[in-house]
Ligand binder design. Structure first.
Ligand SMILES: [Zn+2]
Length: 139
C-alpha cells in the first residue's frame, strides 16, 4: 500500500493537539470522542489515520473503536523526529529503518520532505526534514 504524502502532512498534529495527547486513556474511544479530545475533525480519522495504519478495532456492527493509549503511541511514532541518518527513513510496513534510495526532495509551504520507496516492500516513504537539519537551498 502506498502512502499519499499529502495525507501524512494533513494528519500532523500541531503543538496544542500534541499536548492534548496526554489526556488519552488506555480505553476505547469512538472516532468522534478521539477527535473531540485532541481537537481535530472526525473525518481526519477516516481519511488520514486509518489509511495510514492507525491501530483500531471494529465491533460486530462495523463501528470503529480506537484505544487512546495506542493511538497516542502510534501517532507520536509516525511524526516523531527519529534518530535517523541523513539518508534513512522509517518504513511503517516493514517496521524498520531503511536506507532511502535516490530520495526526491519536496517543499510544501515551510515544510520540506523527502519521498522515496522502500526497497523491501515498495511502500512510498515520506521523511519530514526538520528545520534544524534543513538545508537551505537559497543563495
Ligand atoms: Zn518496507
Amino acid at each position: 500500500m502506498a502512502i499519499d504524502n499529502e495525507i501524512i502532512l494533513k494528519g500532523r498534529l500541531d503543538g496544542n493537539q500534541r499536548n492534548r495527547l496526554v489526556r488519552l486513556l488506555d480505553m476505547l474511544y469512538t472516532p468522534g470522542e478521539l477527535a473531540h479530545e485532541i481537537g481535530f475533525e472526525v473525518r481526519q480519522v477516516y481519511r488520514v489515520y486509518i489509511p495510514l495504519g492507525c491501530p483500531h478495532e471494529k465491533d460486530s456492527t462495523g463501528r470503529l473503536w480506537i484505544n487512546g493509549a495506542e493511538f497516542r503511541d502510534w501517532v507520536k511514532d509516525l511524526y516523531q523526529k527519529r534518530s535517523l541518518g541523513p539518508d534513512e527513513a522509517f518504513c511503517l510496513s516493514c517496521k524498520k529503518t531503511i536506507k532511502m534510495i535516490s530520495p526526491e526532495k519536496y517543499q510544501k509551504g515551510r515544510l520540506s520532505y523527502y519521498i522515496s520507496n522502500c526497497p523491501f516492500c515498495g511502500r512510498k516513504l515520506a521523511r519530514i526534514i526538520t528545520k534544524s537539519k534543513r538545508i537551505d537551498d537559497q543563495p
